[in-house]
Design a protein around this ligand. Structure first.
Ligand code: NDP
Length: 332
């Protein structure tokens, strides 16, 4: 059996606020596990916008102190009793649950999956949450078909780059938005058909020009408050606005009668409700890893930050400085 220490490095919050509430500790208790759980020594931890929502209080933390973070890859160092889906000590896994910003995490075995040996280090954590979000959105929130015209906001962001690559692989026509020239280039290289710099260009007129005045059949909008009206403006008759995030703030209360103008659908999905059963979880994770290993989709890593420097990671993500995935190294 691996020797597991009693304390670990980790990041907690005991109140909500700016990055000053992130407390790096070197003596947190290593969590205990119960039946159905595994203890994972994390190698790389994914940073996601949702972590900032729990930090600011936009999403309420279940308790304080609270360890942020929803995904990591690492090695199983202890296995609890009961059904652990065949996972064993020594297995390299990726997982999606709570309490990731730490050296060790107790994880429901149902939310972890063994990584293929061919998958290089970092890629499990880089791909998991954002890649699965993109995959489930285009399969279930609005099933996109070859030739469809769709719009992806923040197309050079972590989730945006996955959406663009996956949509490209099914032959959709992708209009992206991004705020800088560098981000526009990146989204084009990832496979977008056309990318609009929404910091100064007129998105609506370009979308209607590109789509023969029809609009797009689906808008994938993780930006939220600042793009919501635009998303309703550019969606086609009978199309879908998939509002899946709040990077610019939460979408304010909305009068549903506005949807009648185009018989549009509005949806507000979360990843965790698409991967709630083991069958859904395994199916989508394996499919995503196949896209990476067999089809060469790129889990673009922006930067690996030391866990002790987690505030810089949050500042960069919220400051729109990043493209692709931010990871934390819990050993530093
Ligand atoms: P990103 O890497 O996409 O970063 C967010 C991007 O949003 C920025 O880079 C920026 O791109 C754009 N943006 C526009 N306005 C703002 C603003 N005011 N402040 C900050 N960013 C802004 O992050 P993620 O991939 O982690 O997340 C993207 C969205 O997807 C988030 O809203 C997140 O909550 C959501 N999400 C939802 C999930 C779900 O289950 N529903 C799961 C995963 C992610 P630019 O500069 O080009 O505008």
């Amino acid at each position: 059996m691996s020797s597991v220490p009693s304390t670990m490095k980790g990041v907690i919050i005991d109140k909500t606020g700016g990055t000053e509430v992130l407390q790096y500790k070197i003596d947190l208790p290593v969590p205990a596990i119960v039946d159905g759980q595994i203890l994972v020594k994390n190698d790389y931890i994914g940073v996601n916008f949702i972590d900032t929502y729990f930090r600011t209080g936009l999403y309420p933390a279940p308790q304080f102190p609270y360890i942020l973070g929803r995904e990591a890859e690492g090695t199983i160092v202890k296995v609890g009793g009961g059904d652990v889906y065949g996972l064993k000590e020594g297995d390299r896994v990726v997982w999606g649950a709570e309490g990731a910003y730490a050296e060790y995490a107790s994880v429901p075995a149902a939310k972890a999956i063994k990584l293929p040996s061919a998958l290089p280090a970092k890629i499990g954590a880089a791909a998991f949450l954002q890649g699965l979000t993109a995959l489930t959105l285009i399969r279930e929130a609005h099933p996109v078909k070859k030739g469809d015209w769709v719009l992806v906001h923040a197309a050079a962001g972590g989730t945006g780059l996955w959406l663009v690559q996956l949509l490209r692989s099914i032959g959709a026509n992708i209009i992206g938005t991004a705020s800088t020239l560098e981000k526009v280039d990146l989204a084009l290289k990832a496979g977008a058909t056309h990318v609009i710099n929404y910091s100064h260009e007129d998105v609506k007129s370009q979308v209607f020009e590109l789509t023969d005045d029809q609009g797009v059949v689906a808008v994938f909008d993780g930006v939220g408050k600042s793009t919501f009206d635009l998303s309703l403006d550019v969606v086609a008759r009978k199309g879908s606005v998939i509002s899946f995030g709040n990077a610019s703030g939460a979408v304010p209360p909305f009068t549903i009668a506005r949807l009648a103008a185009k018989n549009a659908r509005l949806m507000r999905p979360t990843l965790f409700n698409y991967i709630a059963t083991r069958e859904e979880f395994e199916g989508y994770v394996n499919e995503l890893l196949d896209f990476v290993l067999k089809d060469g989709l790129d889990a673009r890593i922006y930067k690996v930050y030391n866990l002790s420097d987690v505030a810089s990671a949050h500042n960069d993500l919220e400051g729109r400085k990043t493209t692709g995935k931010l990871l934390l190294d819990p050993s530093k």
